[in-house]
Design a protein around this ligand. Structure first.
Ligand code: ATP
Length: 179
């Protein structure tokens, strides 16, 4: 039997069936590996509890400038490759976050913003991350509601656009997050 829990990328599975995919994700989840790649798509499973081991700020640095797949799957890796693609291609980039209600889209978008603001160095000092993420509860006050799937469910679609200033990046760029 394959050592499924060690497959960081589902594309490496020997047999690609719905059963093998679900079993792999299942086994990984029990080892608290909530992130798995399927090529350049990141699958995130909601752990329903804060896992400090994943979100220590040192990981932002660790994933910086690393190609996708070199290190263990992580949402910071997605943020970093997107940020680099924007700089290298001089073009807007888009991250699409999708999943059923309560799967963790809002939470994931916060981690992405956290990482993307940290990557543009200046925000460390301007508190921009706090300002952007501070708007979230205000919007949620208007558009969230408790449902059977999620105590704080977004009842609206979100389009978040992060614009970077030329003086920060040496070029005008913007980056979109769509949820
Ligand atoms: N990576 C995570 N780590 C810890 N807890 C998480 C994570 N992702 C989600 N959760 C938990 O699951 C709850 C639901 O997640 P979230 O609100 O992000 O789902 P959603 O996909 O945006 O749902 P909806 O579509 O209903 O708005 C969060 O309030 C949080 O408690």
């Amino acid at each position: 039997k394959d050592d499924e829990e060690n497959y960081d990328d589902l594309c490496n599975l020997q047999t690609m069936t719905e059963e093998s995919i679900l079993e792999t994700l299942h086994l990984r989840f029990y080892k608290l590996k909530i992130y798995t790649y399927a090529s350049n798509i990141l699958i995130a499973i909601n752990p329903n509890k804060f896992l400090p081991v994943y979100y220590n700020p040192k990981y932002i640095k660790m994933y910086e400038n690393q190609p996708l797949g070199k290190l263990s799957p992580h949402i910071f890796a997605v943020a970093d490759v997107t940020f680099r693609a924007m700089l290298n291609r001089q073009a807007n980039q888009c991250i699409v976050i999708t999943g059923e209600s309560g799967s963790g889209k809002t939470e994931s978008s916060s981690y992405l913003i956290h990482c993307l603001t940290a990557l543009s160095q200046k925000t460390y000092f301007t508190g921009l991350k706090r300002t952007i993420l501070g708007a979230v509860p205000v919007l949620e006050a208007f558009g969230n509601a408790r449902t059977s799937e999620n105590n704080n469910s977004s009842r609206f679609g979100k389009f978040i656009q992060l614009n970077y200033l030329e003086k920060d990046l040496n070029t005008w760029n913007s980056l979109d997050l769509t949820q």
